[in-house]
Design a protein around this ligand. Sequence first.
Ligand SMILES: Nc1ncnc2c1ncn2[C@@H]1O[C@H](COP(=O)(O)OP(=O)(O)OP(=O)(O)O)[C@@H](O)[C@H]1O
Ligand SMILES: [Mg+2]
Length: 383
Amino acid sequence: MDAATLELRNVSKQYPGAAAPAIADLSLEVEAGEICVLVGPSGCGKTTAMRLINRMIELTGGEILLDGTSVHSRKPSELRRDIGYAIQQIGLFPHQTIAQNIATVPKLLGWDKARCTNRVEELMELIGLPQEMAERFPAQLSGGQRQRVGVARALAADPPLMLMDEPFGAVDPINRERLQNEFLRLQAQVRKTIVFVTHDIDEAIKMGDRIAVLKEGGVLAQFATPAELLMAPADDFVEDFVGADRALKRLALERVRDIELWPARMVQVGDPNVKARELAAQSPTGHVLLVDEGSRPLAWLNERDLSFDKVGPHKGRVASVEVDDLLRDALSDLLQDQVLYGVAVDAEGRVAGILSVEIIAQFLGDQGPGHIEEAAAAADRIA
Ligand SMILES: Nc1ncnc2c1ncn2[C@@H]1O[C@H](COP(=O)(O)OP(=O)(O)OP(=O)(O)O)[C@@H](O)[C@H]1O
Ligand SMILES: [Mg+2]
């Protein structure tokens, strides 16, 4: 089934007897196929928002539209078949096997046995669990494996919308990272619309196409892409929430190929030195880069190396980074090599441009003054 759009319009929820609304007036739009992360402190209304979407609880005011249709115009039981729900603390049925757990919604939908079995096999494969585990009970799996089963169960009927409430909350950091990566890979294949709750800002930045930062009462402090959030937090609350090391976090979001590199001034053995000196003069580093016939870097050449008629053979150490590297890792490599710039190469080792600490500082500087300090602080933290 295709992904659905989701829209919350002036949504409010007051629990009976509560002094203040859990959600006062929340509006946001999620595009089809996007992961929208809800993030915010405990009690700010994240789980409430999720349960309003699939009508486990009812709205006090406002509207929720799934693919343009109000969820209120639909029967809750029927609505929930269009919405996969993976909840905080997993929530598998302990007395049912993994296969039975995964097939919960397909069975409700009246799929025949063969179709359910096929789907279970397919999903076990998708979440990377061996088929033989299908006959086990939840207690016979590790916490991380159970989480994956929870995701599989939510995906089982191929719903256009998935709600995931801290799906990886109960997992240790290493397995959590593995699950996050697997999940992103999975999402690249299935392209669901996903509302993903976490109170971990790093998880939000990693998983979200967009992030909704909520304050108490479900107040939307900011709704933005991870990069925007890190670049321009809307207020002190968001800035605090995002954390002091937001420069570093931004560097973990972008890759070397995403930023404008300095052009490399390249020469080959046999080129006239006049030309090489001209190029060196144009270069921001004052050097030219000697490359082989395949445009692979061999050495940096300075004035002294260019005193003869023609460029001769040289062999030096050239610090290099890959265009697919995260900026954070590339910066870390430069700092470890104790150089201010390095050659960015593609997967074949060909020169793509020059990456420098200065470029990275400039990149961070797009967010306003103080960037150099931030880059330096980020560098310190990495080094
Ligand atoms: N059934 C309920 N009856 C009354 N109040 C409730 C109920 N469920 C939640 N609340 C209150 O509504 C507010 C929002 O709760 P919610 O569970 O949505 O928070 P949350 O953002 O998911 O928090 P956490 O990160 O701790 O899971 C809290 O103040 C909570 O105490
Ligand atoms: Mg919650």
